[in-house]
Design a protein around this ligand. Structure first.
Ligand SMILES: NC(=O)c1ccc[n+]([C@@H]2O[C@H](COP(=O)([O-])OP(=O)(O)OC[C@H]3O[C@@H](n4cnc5c(N)ncnc54)[C@H](O)[C@@H]3O)[C@@H](O)[C@H]2O)c1
Length: 254
């Protein structure tokens, strides 16, 4: 028996990075897993992990309705929804174009709002009031300020408090909602940042040196295992929590 055997799980943005790492741990622990992503190449990732795949843009409410209709048709219910899809932006507030601000908020915050809205609707219909677990990807940048983090930080701070509201509204009916706050995890989301440097290797070394633990996180081990715990019945008393996985980044300088 795996730790998620019998559970039906949906993970957005699962074509790469953290979503892929979470899908890896979920399928290894027995969950029937549906991965979605705006990138159709996610189909290959999903197949390799033994998961199903649907193309989805999390900004579209009609898209969310279609995904949940498919979920219910295929599996009759949904136990776990991981709102993971996200994009990075890195500009000081006075240099952030309005369209970059809006795009970041649309994907990172509106996408998570729509995911929570339709997850709660679907989980309320689970037979026997079984409830469910919603897991939202925020960031350490959703907990404190960061240079260049105007749009990204606003979106991730919004996810943090949206999570607590969803948790409060649904605590009595067994639907839990928690946020994960990764520090620096080695995924493709970091590529534009490294590409912007004249010396990406030195930039990487500098970031690692700044982390108390001394190295970047790894998707499946450091975030996949945390999501696995929050998805499983091991965490039934945990809701509205902000779970930090950052190698000590938020506690202070090393
Ligand atoms: N990697 C880190 O260090 C880190 C730190 C803190 C938080 N996060 C958060 O974790 C989540 C995953 O990030 P990652 O590092 O794996 O990045 P990533 O770029 O590797 O993966 C993000 C995935 O989301 C998908 N996506 C983007 N826009 C989408 C949309 N509109 N609809 C559906 N899918 C969309 C992308 O195609 C991609 O597959 C994000 O929410 C990110 O903000 C990451």
């Amino acid at each position: 028996m795996g730790r998620l055997t019998g559970k039906i799980a949906l993970i957005t943005g699962g074509a790469s990075g953290l979503g892929k790492g979470i899908a890896q741990r979920f399928t290894q622990e027995g969950a029937t897993t549906l991965v979605t992503d705006v990138n159709p190449q996610g189909a290959e990732t999903a197949e390799a992990l033994g998961a199903d795949f649907l193309e989805q843009d999390v900004r579209s409410e009609a898209g969310w309705e279609q995904v949940f209709a498919q979920l219910v048709e295929r599996y009759a219910r949904v136990d776990v929804v991981v709102n993971n899809a996200g994009i990075f932006s890195n500009n000081p507030v006075d240099e952030t174009p309005l369209d970059e601000w809006q795009r970041t908020l649309d994907v990172n915050l509106t996408g998570v709002f729509l995911g929570c809205k339709h997850a709660v609707r679907a989980m309320k219909r689970n037979v026997g009031g079984a409830g469910g677990s919603i897991i939202n990807l925020s960031s350490v940048v959703g907990l404190r300020g960061q240079l260049g983090g105007s749009a990204y930080g606003a979106s991730k701070g919004g996810v943090r408090l949206l999570t607590k509201t969803v948790a409060l509204e649904n605590a009595r009916i067994g639907i839990r909602c928690n946020s994960i706050h990764p520090g620096v995890i080695d995924t493709p989301i970091m590529d534009p940042l490294f590409a912007s440097s004249s010396d990406p290797q030195a930039m990487r070394a500098g970031i690692e040196e700044s982390l108390p633990i001394g190295y970047m996180g790894e998707p499946a081990r450091d975030i996949g295992n945390l999501a696995l715990f929050l998805a499983s019945d091991e965490s039934v008393y945990i809701t509205g929590a902000e779970m930090v996985a950052d190698g000590g980044m938020t506690i202070g300088l090393p």
